[in-house]
Write a protein of this length. Sequence first.
Length: 635
Amino acid sequence: MSNYHIKHLEEYYQVYRKSVRNPENFWEEIAEEHFVWRKKWDTVLEWNFSKPEIKWFKGAKLNITENCIDRHLLTKGDKTAILFEPNNPDEPAKHITYKELHQQVNKFANVLKSQGIKKGDRVCIYLPMIPELTFSVLACARIGAIHSVVFAGFSATALATRINDSECKMIITSDGSYRGTKTIDLKSIVDEALENTPCIETALVVKRTNSEISMKKGRDKWLQPLIDEASNSCEPEIMNAEDPLFILYTSGSTGMPKGMLHTTAGYMVYTAYTFKNVFQYRDNDVYWCTADIGWITGHSYIVYGPLANGATTVMFEGVPSYPDFGRFWEIVEKHKITQFYTAPTAIRALAKEKLDYVDKYDLSSLKVLGTVGEPINEEAWHWYNDNIGKKKSPIVDTWWQTETGGIMITPIPFATPTKPTYATLPFPGIQPALMDENGEEIKGNQVDGKLCIKFPWPAIARTIWGNHQRYKETYFSAFENCYFTGDGALRDEVGYYRITGRVDDVIIVSGHNLGTAPIEDAINEHPAVAESAIVGFPHNIKGNALYGYVILKETGESRNQNNLRKEINQIITEHIGPIAKLDKIQFTKGLPKTRSGKIMRRILRKIAAKDTSNLGDTSTLLNPEIVEDIIKNVL
Ligand code: 7RM
């Protein structure tokens, strides 16, 4: 029996039982057999969820890029590592082999060194989905610098906040980016951000769009001339298992975004092992994940997991709607994609278009379909299954988080029978639990509760950058000795899990996690706004859209409401980015509040969803009369 490659259901159960009975043996075997180490570990696992402190493979030494690149050179040097599909379908795709990837990463790593970047320094990466994004991520890992990739759709303010929080010394960006018919002036967003980031010493600029940009003397440097000069050999920095690999920011329900810190060995082992099994990757497959590397899905399942397995991984620069809604399926046919991994929001957007866009293309290369990011509704699941998978490619509905580093609850294709809207069974090594209101574990099947994980797995984030206390409070304080996910879930009669959504104030819009607090903070900066509350409401493409309740100051009451709405969305765009814009804005005289002054979002959510039949007991509110008023004026 091979633990590494699970092929049928009985094998899954055997492997799973073993992983729970003796987790350390289980992970040790996988780590021994499938990776290259400069030195083996002294202990497999040391952990304490109440401190909290988690250490995997302590004492081991390695470099993750040696595992993702160098070790494949002998047997797979000429195999395509990265298949780059540009925004413009008339621009040729690029096949970057493992040999070329090795040279590009080494050169880039030497450029970082020549610019004074050392082990442990933080480097912010703000790039579109072009090969240099992957090169720069791996170049950081090569020399032990900590990368912090910021999604290139974020605004200057959001970028500056993230740069300052982790005190990045360098930013890597481009002159511009292509998105469908648009060219975005990325560098000027960076210029604006860098006005408020004293820690940045250097900006490296990749040429992509040939846009006119300004280059600040002494700070900004074009990448290409530096690459041309750099040597293509760079010895990997030998890292300790628990040395930081990267920081990735994710929104919380309150306050600043959280800089989740992932470390080296455990993250590598877990992303590689999950990639192999969840996508059943075989040697000649061409795997495509449509996420952006700016999110955890891109880190784990475009870059590290696939490359650690010597896979061919596709990077797509564009959008699903350009030049038309058939683009994804055109790419599937063109590159004979075998595994396709996307988000429910993309599926819903494509499902509302004519089927001709799908039927024009030959999708027979597909073997496995995946989804991630939010619960997939039944309708979207069936559309995907019928029209893309032709009822023969299993759909893996993969539940996981930025914090978990890798996939946690998922079917294993061809082993686990799938069930629409269910992420099904825990991956080997994952011990989920459902908790009730009193913090007790709910045993048995056909139950629902708050989803926790009882035992560490190798890819769990180790801390929040600069704020271990917040890490402890957010994830390890709600339930004793458990990691709390923030999600609710139910377990059906055979033990399958269905994730029902967040139980906190995080709203998932088109697969992006948005905290309500930072959006409210942005709105409240408008001079006419007194107070605001944001809730999510169901939206048939985005999954959830944002609904804002806004109380105006007296001075704002005479203003044109549509102008105000535009200005509010403008402020949100500046502070967070266009993904956080509100679909609906209702002006109101008050908000329902508890006596301690907490806004009752539960009530606002129901009103926004037009579901006011059962609002629960409102008599304990400070101001129960406001509820009727809000309902009367709902949009
Ligand atoms: C990978 C990623 C995490 C949150 C998570 C859930 C939701 C993700 C699923 C899902 C239902 C899924 N990381 N979520 N996958 N909900 N089914 N298959 O998305 O940090 O950006 O978001 O996303 O609420 O807590 S994330």
